[in-house]
Structure formats: C-alpha cells, structure tokens
Ligand binder design. Sequence first.
Ligand SMILES: Nc1ncnc2c1ncn2[C@@H]1O[C@H](COP(=O)(O)OP(=O)(O)OP(=O)(O)O)[C@@H](O)[C@H]1O
Length: 370
Amino acid sequence: MTSLELHAVRKSYAAVEVLCGVDLSITAGSRTAIVGPSGSGKTTLLRIIAGFETPDSGRVTLGGDVLANDTDSVPAHQRAIGFVPQDGALFPHLSVEGNIGFGLPRNTPHRTQRLHELMDMVSLNVSMLSRRPHELSGGQQQRVALARALAQRPRLMLLDEPFSALDTGLRVSTRKAVAKLLGDAGITTILVTHDQSEALSFADQVAVMRAGRLVQAGRPIDLYTRPTDEATASFLGESIVLPANLTEGWADCALGRVAVNDSGRSGLANIMLRPEQLQLMEVPLSEAANTASPLPDASACYGAVLDADYGGAICVLSVRLLRGGSSLASVLNQPQWNSPLQVHSPSMNVPPVGAMVRITVAGQAHVFPG
Ligand SMILES: Nc1ncnc2c1ncn2[C@@H]1O[C@H](COP(=O)(O)OP(=O)(O)OP(=O)(O)O)[C@@H](O)[C@H]1O
C-alpha cells in the first residue's frame, strides 16, 4: 500500500527552479533515504512534504489524502507528520519533559504515562525528564527530539540529517535504534542524509536527487549494483568505470573478459565494477622473480601494486594493469602506461607495494543503460 505519493512537484525560489518535477512513491511503513549533492533540493522536498513550504505545482498525497496540489495546501500542524531537524532544535529553556510534552496538551488523558512511554520508546531513563537539553549528550538530545516528534503519533516521520552531529559510534547505534523504533511502530519514514552508507543501511528505498530531479529510486542493493549513470554510481560509493566491447553477456575490457549484467547489449559501452569486486592474488616470488619475463598466463589479468593506503579493516591499493605478454618490469618502468585502479582489499594478507598480482573479478560488471 502506498502511503506518500509525490507527483510532478515543482518549486522555484525567484528565478531558480529548485525542484523540477519530482515523482516519488513511498510504501506505508517503509523507510526511504533521500541522498544527493548539496543544493540538489532534498531539504526543500522534505519541507514541502512537512507543509513548511508549498509547491508551485504538483501534488502531494498521504494515505490518499491530498496534502498539497496546485491550489491548496493543508497547514503543517494538521498533517500529522513528525519532523526531526539536523540539530534536534530542542527548546533550550524547557526541560526534557517540557520539550516532549510540547505537543501533548495538558488535558491529554494519562499524560504522564504517555511521557514515560515515549521516554521508554527512545531508550531514555525517566530520571532525565527534569534535565535541560544542555545537560544531555548529542545522541540523547536527538532521542528527545525524536520523542517530541513521536508524541503526536505521526503518520509519517521526516528526519533531516538527524545523526550528522554525532560521532561515528554513536551515530551508528542511534541510527539503528531509531530505525528499529520506527519500524516497530510501523511509521513511514523519510531520512535525508549526506552519508551514502547511512542511506544504504537505513533504508528500504533510496532516492537519489541531482539538480532538483529524482534521478533514481529503488532498493539499496539495486542502486548500488545497477546505478543509472556514472554520477549516481560514484555518488553511492567508489566505482571503477571501464570502456568495453560487449557481446552476449560478456565485456572485453582492460581486465580481460568479464561477465556483465546485460546480455542483450552489444558493441561499445562503459561498464562499472565496485572496487570490492576485484580480487587480488599475489603471484609467488618464483613466478614473478624475473620481472623481465612475460607474464605466466597470457589469458589472465595481472597488475603491479604501486601504492597501499591502509584504512583499518580495508586497504585501498593502487594497481596498474599489466598487458598480456608484457612484463612487470615494463610496467614499473612505464608508469604513464595506464592510470591505476583503486582496489579495496581486506587488510589481512594484503599484497605488498611492488608485488605482482593476479586480478580476478567477482560477480558481474554493470552496464549503464544506453
Ligand atoms: N528559502 C529559500 N530561498 C531561496 N533559495 C533557497 C531557499 N531554500 C533553499 N534554496 C535554494 O534551493 C536549493 C536547494 O536547497 P536545499 O536546501 O533543498 O538543498 P539540499 O539538497 O537539501 O542541500 P544540502 O545538502 O546542502 O542541505 C539551493 O540552491 C538553495 O540555495
């Protein structure tokens, strides 16, 4: 069942068109992450859904109710939509109780019980109810902001980069807790984030915006493995794009013959691999000892490790490809021959700089739609 539906939503500020006709469907109870470069219109879209801005044209519906169209707009406070901004925006002069209770009228039945329930939902101890925001950690402040938004039993929750001020560990744990909480409560959620890995891990659906347009929306794994274009590919993570000649599900490229995910295409096209798809195996010293001899297997793909960037669990290796029939020495002596690939390799047993490696490709390469 679709909960939120955006159809041809447009918005301009003065002469600048910020949203150029956005269509997006969000299923009830699901989590959607909106990502895109700075200025692409993410926050504007969120503010239109919340009712803080009105679209110039287009339609926004929630559970079948029209929230905005070309002529009318339901006021924000009548939409039953929760909004958690980047900084939490707690009222500094009010206690936690005052902040969470802001949207709960004094005569709400069982008000204290409801406040305790909300504290429990966001995993905060009720002893914190009397504290002021400055007496809380960043993660606790975000939980209070979330509880305040939940107090009004929203149909839809909008999160505008709510985790960005938190350090890495707290960010991950808060994000997981929030995802579970909203999932358990069955609340449809939209998260705007700059963090691609956060979007991929948080959401059931990721929507990528660029220059006021929605360029692609779908399951995280589909966007990561089958991006619609190179810009989307590199926005969602590191990518290796190579020119190739396609025939019946195979691509002939600098890495040799690689399987592709589009068997119907033929001819010249760019293919994409994620760096973790490249697997390196160091060629034993006996084989590589004579760096002047031709490579042992003319049909295999080899490389020379030029540099290693240690990053903890993962090491990023710069690997220059060796042409069939060439030698390690010829490549090391001609560094301008081709630009190196960046390969993400588990740091355990990583080949050393200067080593010759055999390169294999795991899975299929992606062919960008023509
Ligand atoms: N009230 C406003 N008046 C004029 N221009 C605005 C207004 N709000 C946003 N803009 C412009 O609209 C464009 C989109 O802004 P928006 O905040 O939606 O982008 P964003 O994708 O959320 O960016 P960021 O990731 O940097 O937060 C920007 O060029 C911004 O300067």
